[in-house]
Each structure stands twice: as C-alpha cells, then as structure tokens.
Design a protein around this ligand. Sequence first.
Ligand code: ATP
Ligand code: MG
Length: 417
Amino acid sequence: MEFQAFLIKYAEIGIKGKNRGVFEDALLHQMRVHLKHIDGDFRIVKEQGRIYLQTAHYDFEEVVRAMQHVFGITKICPVVQVEDNGFENLAKAVADYVEAVYGPNAEPVPGMELPRSGRGPITFKVETRRPVKTYPMNSMEISAALGEAILDRADYMKVDVHSPMVQINVEIRQGFINIYSAEIPGAGGMPLGTNGKAMLLLSGGIDSPVAGYMISRRGVKLDATYFHAPPYTSERAKEKVVTLAKKVAEYSGPIELHVVNFTDIQLAIYEKCPHDELTIIMRRYMMRIAERIATETGSIGLITGESIGQVASQTMASMAVTNAPCTLPVYRPLIGFDKEDIVTLSKKIGTFETSIEPFEDCCTIFVAKHPVTKPNLHIIEASEKKLLPEIDEMVEKAIREAETIWCGFSSGNHEEE
Ligand code: ATP
Ligand code: MG
C-alpha cells in the first residue's frame, strides 16, 4: 500500500491559547531535524490545527521511526490521498484501501497492529470530515454510502457504529481526499525546547539514560555529567557512556557530556571517611559538582536515575542526605519504578544493550560491604569535614579540567547541526 502522507497527531493538553503556537513551532522544528537524517521528499503542511507530513520517494519504516523520536507526537497515521474526482471514484478508493489494509491478502504495515480478515468479522464505521462544504453530499450521507461500498466489496467487514474495531476516516479537502484508519503510536510527551534544560547525571548503568529520556520527553533539553575514576575505570567505560549519551540524543537532541575526573576526590573520601559512608559521601560530591557545571552552563535542574529502595544509597533516608547539598531541583523520574519497568523502557528506547556491557563504573570500585542505609545528615557532614580543606581545591580542579564531549546523534552520513 502506498501512503502519500502521514497525519501527525499531538496531545492537546496544556497547549491551549497562546502556548499552542509555541508548541506547534517546536514540534515542526523537531520533525524537520529528524527528517533531515533520512532520504525522501518531505513537506510539512500545517492547516486547521492539523499537521500533515507529505511524503514521496521515502522508506515507510524510516519515516515512522524518525517520527517516533519526536516528542509531542502521539499518533502517526499513514494516509492515502486521492484526487477529488467524483463519489464513484472515492467509493472505489475507500474499498481498495480497506482491502489493502484489512483484506485476506493485506500486507502487514510495519509498526501497526491491525485486525486481519479470517479471524471473524472486522467491525468498522466510516467517519467523514468535510471542511470543504461544497461537496455535493453531507458528511452523514458520505459515511453511509462509503459504508455500503465497503460492505459490497468486503464480506469480512461488519458495521458497528458504537465500538468499532476500526474507524475509517475520510477527509474531504480542497481538491483531494484523505483516507486513513491506522494509528501508529508516537513517543508522546512535549516537544523539545518548550521547557528549558537540565543536567543528567549519566552513568553507564541502565537507569540514568532512561531517566534522561523521561525528562526530555517533557520537552526538556539535556546536558550530562559523567564521573570517571581512571585508572580504576577504563577508557571503555567512558566510551560506553558517550554511546549512551548519543542514544539518548536521538530523542533529546545534542547533549554536551561533561566528563569529570573523580579519582582524587574518591581516593580522598576512601582515605578519610568511614567506609560505610563512602557511597553516600561520593554521591554528595557528584551532586555538588554536577550542580556547579549545571549552573555554569544554563541547566535549571538535575536528573538522576534513582528509584526508592533499589540499593542502599537509594533509600529515602539516603536520598534525603544526597539531596541536601543541592539547591537546584533534583528530578528523579524513575523514583516509583521497579527495575523491571526500567529495563522494559530501556529496551524500548534502545539503550539497554549498551547499558549491560560489562565495564566498571566508578561506584562499584569503592563500595563498602555494608553501606549505611539510614545515614544521618549531621554524621555525614561531620565525616565530610575531615576532607577539608584539600577537597575544595580538588572539586575546583575537577570542574576546571572536565572534558566536554559533544554527543549529537548520527545516522548514516548525516550529522546533526
Ligand atoms: P544507573 O543504572 O543509572 O547507573 P544505579 O542503579 O547503578 O543507576 P547508582 O549507581 O546508585 O544507581 O547511581 C544512582 C544515580 O547516580 C544514577 O542513576 C546516576 O544518575 C548517578 N550516578 C551514579 N554514578 C554516576 C557516575 N559515575 N557518573 C554520573 N552519574 C552517576
Ligand atoms: Mg550505576
């Protein structure tokens, strides 16, 4: 089946009034950014509150995949467009469409779960929209007559106007008519750039890339900070984090990844602080440093991949202590997620395979056998005093010497601007 366009649907919530234009412009911009990476002739048409992507010489799956990376899009509907040259021709085109998409010889449309004939009747209704009022029949008459035309051709179809399995949409436009019924799910969320920028604490694990995705999905741009501890952590571990940042960037747009050398700080903590407090103190220094880089580079929040109770450093009590040095809000989008849910999401967004590569991240080197699970803020603060005054200069140096790696996404020969 040849589709000449895609109807791009987006959520209406929160985009009423003045914000609507901003929202739509951001959405169109992101669509263009993603389309630049794939071959084909594309034209985006915005009219009467709808967005159409006109397509020619394109690969269906590539376009769908690209659009599934644009936050704000809820549904991607492949559309067959026919000329408006009389009702007889329209009726034939609609019956052809039904046969091609639902009939006994229908080819599966990638990305779409569609009812198929041969497994009982497929119930349907026809819904006609007629923004062009000059058409000689009204919407009700068109729907009824098209329903007849479908039934005449396809004995596996059955009308059900109340809860049909499929709704065949017919839109009479100026000079042409759109026919569509299938909806491919989009990523949802809000278009990028409608909500500021945040700093993701990105490790090589499963959770933090997903956390970045979740926040970015709400329209937030991302930068990231990664703490490594050479030679305790390898160059491969760092490359893995760069790969993860690029994968997240396929959704979030380019990420500036700040790679902070954490070795001296970690060794100092290891030397001077009680070992059951290592992780918590280390995490507090990560938060402090990430926050400093965030404020210097225009991020207005921090993001971590923490989830309540997942490990000792993620109990409520631990997170209260980890959170204490921060003045920026810390977003923890996975806070109520079970590991299983996080893994499912990580597979869906394509970061899982990289996350499970076996390279040490710096947290696993200096871990205590019995870390505190109910740390007390005053006790932790007292332990941190033992690091003074040298620690302050170590923090300054770590920030000063942090390496910045630009992580845009690349597909084929295209590099994003
Ligand atoms: P992840 O799978 O994201 O690594 P985790 O379950 O291993 O998470 P922790 O290692 O306790 O959990 O880390 C909690 C959060 O702290 C991470 O989700 C991440 O946001 C941040 N973090 C941990 N280690 C690092 C690191 N080396 N660099 C940057 N951020 C880190
Ligand atoms: Mg980790």
